[in-house]
Design a protein around this ligand. Structure first.
Ligand code: ATR
Length: 271
């Protein structure tokens, strides 16, 4: 049977995952397909039961199903358990295996884009949604000594910090600018700066000159935050690489080849 994989979400039309997996399938000469599937929450359980019978080896999972599929899975990796959500499912031996590769994708992108990043110094993360949760967990795993969290809605930042130990502390959203001093990494996990959203307006003047600035937004590739950071000479890493790196483990599990994340892939995904 021709190997199949795909991505499930609601909505799904905007997903770039078919472009990137399609590129890897062609590049490795694999006779397989990667298919976007629009799945509503009410159809999730039925779809996960059906897909393996249709020849699917697994699927990526995007909004809003990441938590729900974790709950439906038979087994989960430690890193999926750590965030209570999954973005990669593999169907094997009649069971659903859940993994979460977002955090590892974030770190791989950071390491590739900013090889000199000082991971032994504090990081500041903006936002307190699901994306922030994955990023904070990955940074702590990577050995970052402290993570400062700032979110427009302070209660959400406090709730998120409460899921970790005292290495994670919160500050008021309006104090972000002055708090940037002493941080070696600034991460935007909010939707601010995305096409159609207001820009993220933060005063970078206190940020150390060698601090890395990264955004998980990748439409546009250079967000107003990254443009402002570049203008003052800080190293920056755009968010597209996180999407590319988080996809690699799923492709390897489903199609048996570990794919490369390189400029050819970036071009294919940008279209
Ligand atoms: P995700 O799972 O992708 O992180 P989310 O849970 O909707 O998505 O979180 C979006 C993040 O963007 C939140 O931190 C949100 O802040 P609130 O918790 O205060 O809602 C942040 N965000 C969205 N629009 C914002 C805005 N206009 N100003 C500041 N923060 C904003």
């Amino acid at each position: 049977m021709i190997p199949l994989a795909g991505v499930i979400g609601d909505p799904i039309a905007h997903s770039r995952s078919p472009l990137l997996h399609g590129h890897w399938l062609r590049r490795h000469g694999i006779d397989g397909h990667y298919i976007p599937l629009h799945v509503r929450a009410s159809d999730l359980g039925g779809t996960l039961a059906l897909l393996p019978r249709l020849g699917f080896r697994g699927v990526n999972v995007t909004l809003p199903h990441k938590e729900a599929v974790f709950a439906l899975a038979d087994e989960a990796t430690d890193r999926a358990r750590a965030v209570g959500a999954a973005n990669t499912l593999t169907f094997r031996d009649g069971r659903i295996h859940a993994d979460n590769t977002d955090g590892a994708g974030f770190i791989a992108n950071l390491r590739q884009g900013a090889p000199d990043w000082a991971g032994d110094r504090p990081a500041l993360v903006l936002g307190a949604g699901g994306a922030a949760r994955g990023v904070v967990a990955a940074l702590l795993d990577e050995g970052v000594p402290t993570v400062t969290l700032a979110n427009r809605t302070a209660a959400r930042a406090e709730a998120l910090a409460g899921q970790f130990d005292d290495r994670v502390r919160t500050i008021d959203w309006n104090d972000t600018g002055p708090a940037l001093a002493d941080h070696a990494l600034l991460v935007n996990t909010t939707s601010l700066g995305m096409t159609g959203q207001p820009p993220l307006d933060v005063d970078l003047s206190a940020l150390p000159g060698d601090a890395v600035v990264t955004d998980i937004v990748y439409t546009p590739l250079s967000t107003p935050l990254l443009t402002a950071a570049q203008a003052r000479g800080n190293p920056t890493v755009d968010g597209l690489g996180m999407l590319l790196h988080q996809a690699a483990p799923g492709f390897a599990a489903w199609f048996g080849v570990t794919p490369q994340v390189d400029d050819d892939l970036r071009r294919a995904v940008l279209g």
